[in-house]
Design a protein around this ligand. Structure first.
Ligand code: SF4
Ligand code: SF4
Ligand code: FES
Length: 535
């Protein structure tokens, strides 16, 4: 087989009996991971410098007299490495025993329980019984400000939190104070971490339960959570995240690594702004206006009546108001439906705010556009209207006399008369606001958290998300609703899957045709320029 990268120099090594070739200069810890071996570690984190201070990662290398820290020692050709030798295990067991001397062993009430590296390593290779009979050091709990609580007794002094604030947030607000067995993490000033937009990342990287989130405190056990890959919906950066849910509610949002977008990090604004995803009182059934009241119908009856109404109203230009929180596929299928019924124009409104860059990884910023898909709306030909709050700009749509579409925009600030002049007013969305009640057809759509789809981020990177919640009632992804409608009014095949809906985007903007759904994977791909797509 041809070498995938003939210029990369590799070395041949053996780890726990497995032979493999890895790039020269690879850390032993990473090489072991390539062989499927997890070497215990606390102080090492791939997004930070490596101080090699916790000594949890000691491994034995044949012909090397001393045990080596796998987090900084790199592979050499011919290395025969043992992570499970008697000597390595004994050393790590001793290190773990010291970590447990002062630890309160309060797993039953610790939020980290179930995802704690002290639990994991002790269970995997620690001593069955502790031997210390001395009284334990007791330090208690400290409010570090922002969303962060510090349980000092649980700390293993790995300094990941201190290094994150120094190297990545570049806002040095934490330090190790005191010496020896008295040392402890502390803040410099009264405000602690208050006001730093990136501080909750230290909760993620703390390997034990020393740093916990106030928002998540005692809310759910780690083993009760379901986790699904998704995209943060709260700005156009499109951080890769996991939605962690229980009982069909988002309990917390955690970052997922993507070196092209957010590395290992996310901002606190995006992380803590999830309650809206859990909001109830949703539209649950397709409804058609009869006289001055709504009648709930089956999907097939509602869409047949809508197709007939659109046919009758054919001729004039349609107008659409879309939300930048909707997926590319939702907006694209709406465009296809509008094109099949005489064409028209569309607008979107987007709340905005100040941009805040993460200094240690400037690719990541809390972006001005506080919605995930404003770039998707642009690419798919919708024009921005309204003010910095994402309000206003609806005058023309409100008084439109032809077919009027609203996709996802809640219309909280729309006039009461919104849509009353429209020949056919179709509301595809989540909540029945007063302006939505004027619609002739109300069709319940899922949110991004309840469906598959893609967003286009500020870098024009197209990224997939997956369903994490059950959709309420009869609601469906808007792309599915519009895809079935399109099949009813044209010779297009209905979009049966999100992949079908994604493929249909090429009919709206050709550059989407250069991307394959399956190849987007969990990291996404950049949308090629018009030139690359052959437009
Ligand atoms: S608080 Fe957590 S991240 Fe910070 S030094 Fe202690 S164990 Fe490490
Ligand atoms: S930077 Fe934007 S996408 Fe990333 S977590 Fe913050 S709000 Fe979400
Ligand atoms: S992870 Fe290697 S010394 Fe801490």
């Amino acid at each position: 087989m041809a070498d995938a990268n003939p210029t990369a120099e590799t070395v041949h090594i053996t780890i726990d009996g497995m032979e493999l070739d890895v790039p020269k200069g690879t850390r032993i810890l990473d090489a072991a991971a390539m062989a499927g071996v997890d070497v215990p570690h606390y102080c090492y984190h791939p997004g930070l410098t490596a101080p090699a201070q916790c000594r949890m990662c000691l491994v034995e290398i044949e012909k090397v007299p001393k045990l080596q820290p796998a987090c900084v020692a790199t592979v050499a050709d011919g290395n025969v490495i043992h992570t499970q030798s008697e000597k390595a295990l004994e050393a790590r067991q001793g290190v773990l025993e010291f970590y447990l001397v002062n630890h309160p062993l309060d797993c039953p009430v610790c939020d980290q329980s179930g995802e704690c590296k002290l639990q994991d390593y002790t269970s995997a290779e620690g001593r069955a019984m502790g031997r210390s009979l001395e009284p334990k050091r007791v330090l208690g709990r400290d409010d570090f400000g922002g969303d962060v609580l510090f349980y000092a007794d649980r700390c293993v002094m790995c300094t990941r939190c201190v290094r994150f604030m120094r190297e990545v947030a570049q806002d040095e607000r934490l330090a190790v104070v005191q010496r020896g067995h008295r040392n402890v993490i502390d803040t410099f000033f009264d405000e602690g971490l208050e006001g730093n937009l990136w501080a909750d990342n230290i909760v993620d990287i703390c390997p034990v339960g020393a740093l916990v989130s106030k928002d998540f405190l005692h809310k759910a056990r780690a083993w009760d959570l379901d986790r699904n890959p998704s995209i943060c919906p709260n700005c156009s950066q499109g951080c890769n995240v996991r939605l962690e849910t229980r009982d069909n509610q988002v309990m917390r949002i955690k970052p997922r690594p993507n070196p092209e977008v957010n590395a290992h990090w996310m901002c606190d604004y995006g992380r803590l702004n999830y309650e809206w995803i859990n909001r109830g009182a949703r539209i649950e059934a397709p409804m058609v206006k009869e006289g001055d009241r709504f009648v709930a119908l089956s999907w097939s009856d509602a869409l047949k009546r809508l197709a007939a109404a659109l046919k009758e109203a054919a001729g004039g230009e349609a107008r659409a108001v879309v939300s930048p929180f909707m997926a590319n596929e939702d907006m694209g299928l709406l465009r296809r439906v509008m094109d099949a019924t005489g064409g028209g124009t569309g607008v979107y409104r987007c709340p905005t705010g100040e941009e805040v860059v993460l200094p240690g990884f400037p690719t990541l910023a809390l972006r001005t556009d506080r919605a995930a898909n404003s770039n998707g709306a642009d690419v798919l030909g919708f024009n921005r209207v309204g003010d910095r709050e994402g309000l206003g700009g609806l005058e023309q749509s409100a008084a439109h006399g032809g077919v009027l579409w609203v996709l996802g925009d809640e219309l909280t600030d729309a006039p009461e008369t919104f849509g009353q002049d429209a020949s056919v007013y179709v509301y595809v969305g989540h909540f029945l606001s007063p302006a939505a009640r004027n619609a002739h057809f109300v069709l319940p759509a899922t949110t991004f958290a309840e469906m598959e789809g893609t967003f286009t981020n500020v870098q024009k990177r197209v990224q997939r998300f997956w369903p994490a919640l059950q959709a309420p009632g009869m609601s469906r992804p808007a792309w599915q609703i519009l895809g079935v409608l399109l099949a009813g009014i044209s010779d297009a095949a209905p979009a049966a899957t999100a992949a079908d809906a994604f493929a249909a985007l090429a009919g709206v903007r050709p550059e989407f045709g250069a991307l394959q759904w399956a190849e987007l994977g969990q990291q996404g791909a950049p949308l090629p320029s018009f030139a690359e797509a052959g437009d």
